[in-house]
Design a protein around this ligand. Sequence first.
Ligand code: ADP
Ligand code: ZN
Length: 222
Amino acid sequence: MVIIILGAQGTGKGTVAGIISENTKLLQLSTGDIFRKNIKEQTPLGIEANKYIANGNLVPDDITVPMVVSYLDSEMAKNGVILDGFPRSLAQAEKLDEILEKRGKKVDLVVNLTTPRDEIIDRILTRRVCSNQQCRATYNLKMHPPIKEGICDKCGANLIQREDDSSKEAIQKRLEIYDNQTAPLVEYYRKKGILRTEEVSVRINRLGKQVAFDIIKDIENK
Ligand code: ADP
Ligand code: ZN
């Protein structure tokens, strides 16, 4: 099974994908997390990718696509994957279809997370992530703070703020790229009849956790 979690920055893609992955056999494949791990370890891939990420730009497809393929073809993905952060453009979506088709697979479900823009910016600024690359849990200082300030509930490592989350300008730039390059994917998958839209917002008291458990229920019934 191949599931894509779509949505702007800060809508909770990582949180939703993480909960689904923990409760199913699906591998969470987050391109942002893989890039950050490589940057931390200063691998050649990380050094190259960081030239783009540090400025809030997308990493070119000739780096991103082969990286995704290597995970899709790995043993860890044998029961299926949840893609979080990929595809991010029509070119990537078409490439993914091609790759899956060659392997006799297809995208089964696309979950589109939507959140009002003003809530998004506030959420990104108050987002904190676990510094332990094996854990990568995400918190929000307002919505779901850790039990002990600055410490990850799951593994005890320090919580940090992502570099690209600390300035309003960097956030705005990523949202612009989302609007221009990623948002058209909503139509692309709607036309295929596999799109499911979920509003995630404190205003209607519907958070990522709830969405994730609803999706898990549906997966189990399939
Ligand atoms: P966010 O969704 O908050 O921008 P991510 O963790 O998904 O954060 O990604 C961080 C950065 O990694 C992006 O700003 C971009 O530079 C790069 N990146 C992640 N996924 C992709 C992708 N599919 N294609 C190109 N670049 C990507
Ligand atoms: Zn942790």
